[in-house]
Design a protein around this ligand. Structure first.
Ligand code: MG
Length: 339
């Protein structure tokens, strides 16, 4: 593979992509922040523009998922949920999205209709409007199916935006549900298991859960563990905060079906994308209350406290047999075109 050309790893959410972003993308942009808000350089889930007593949060996402329809969702649902979640994990109430659609000539209108219905359904779940968009078509041999680009906008009171860098020593780590469902279901679907499996993508908008947690209080950091999976998200949260994290493997929820497929395919469920999960840091004295609030919401029933923030430089996992291992960020997500 030539070093001066883009390869699939450059879009896979790991170290290779991070290097491309810092060297070629960030370095070419001179103005990366407005009114002292969260900047492009922060590489957080979204950025912000402080205005009066509020902060506008903005994020954008391109969706290239293959296949377009998969167990548990489709490109429409993931386009809405992915963008809504990036706004929500900033602690901002998502208000609206835009949606740009680029289609291949010959794309079935019936499929577009299904995709738009499920995009709308995901927006309705959390009361988000679709207020602007764009529609383009490319010649048949120039594009594979459909690509969708969504931009999300949300609002938070000034000073209440939650960063992915805010973990402090002693905070508990909460995950809102089981890990690896999206990546593993997509992978098993591609491997030919089709829709005849209990394994489904978790793709869902998470604002209602996040709102409950924020209402309890004590949330210090949030991130949605999408490309690169939980392993990438938790390492980013640890390193941005300058702390270590100790996790209890026994406490981390993973479905039996996900375990089975991951062993069959040799893929680590910690390294594949989740599309309906949030990793949270919460003050220790609020953690139980936040956990109960999350569990009472749809999509939150399997939430768990899985570890805590410590002084140190690594993410360590205590194994059930009394050992420990370092959990590293993956070089790239092992499953391409997951979102
Ligand atoms: Mg994100």
């Amino acid at each position: 593979m030539s070093d001066d050309k883009i390869n699939m790893n450059h879009g896979a959410g790991g170290e290779v992509m991070a290097n491309l972003i810092s060297s070629t993308i960030l370095d070419n942009i001179t103005n990366k922040s407005v009114n002292g808000g969260i900047s492009l350089d922060a590489l957080d889930d979204g950025a912000s523009i402080p205005l009066g007593d509020y902060e506008i949060v903005m994020t954008t996402d391109g969706h290239t998922i293959d296949p377009l329809f998969f167990p548990g969702g489709d490109i429409g649902r993931i386009s809405a949920a992915g963008t809504i979640n990036d706004v929500s994990v900033m602690g901002a109430k998502p208000l609206a999205i835009s949606n740009a659609i680029i289609m291949q000539e010959g794309f079935p209108i019936e499929d577009l209709d299904k995709i738009m219905k499920s995009l709308n359904e995901a927006c309705e779940e959390v009361d988000v409007a679709v207020i602007t968009g764009d529609t383009k078509v490319m010649p048949q041999d120039k594009l594979d199916g459909i690509v969708m680009v969504t931009t999300g906008i949300g609002i938070a009171k000034k000073g209440e935006v939650v960063r992915d860098s805010g973990l402090e020593v002693g905070d508990k780590i909460i995950i809102t549900g089981s890990l690896g469902d999206h990546g593993m279901s997509l992978m098993s679907f591609r491997e030919g298991f089709g829709f005849d499996t209990d394994l489904k993508s978790d793709v869902a908008p998470m604002w209602n859960i996040i709102k409950k947690a924020l209402d309890v209080g004590g949330v210090t950091a949030m991130k949605d563990p999408t490309r690169g999976g939980f392993a990438n998200a938790i390492n980013e949260m640890a390193s941005k905060s300058g702390n270590g994290i100790v996790l209890e493997q026994d406490a981390i929820p993973i479905r039996d079906e996900v375990h089975a497929v991951s062993e069959m395919l040799g893929i680590d469920p910690f390294e594949v994308a989740n599309e309906g999960k949030v990793v949270m840091g919460v003050k220790a004295d609020k953690a139980e209350e936040v956990l109960e609030a999350i569990k009472s919401e749809k999509y939150g029933e399997n939430a768990a406290i899985i570890g805590e923030v410590v002084e140190g430089d690594y993410v360590i996992v205590n194994t059930p047999i009394g050992g420990e291992r370092i959990l590293e960020a993956p070089i790239a997500d092992p499953v391409p075109r997951v979102c």
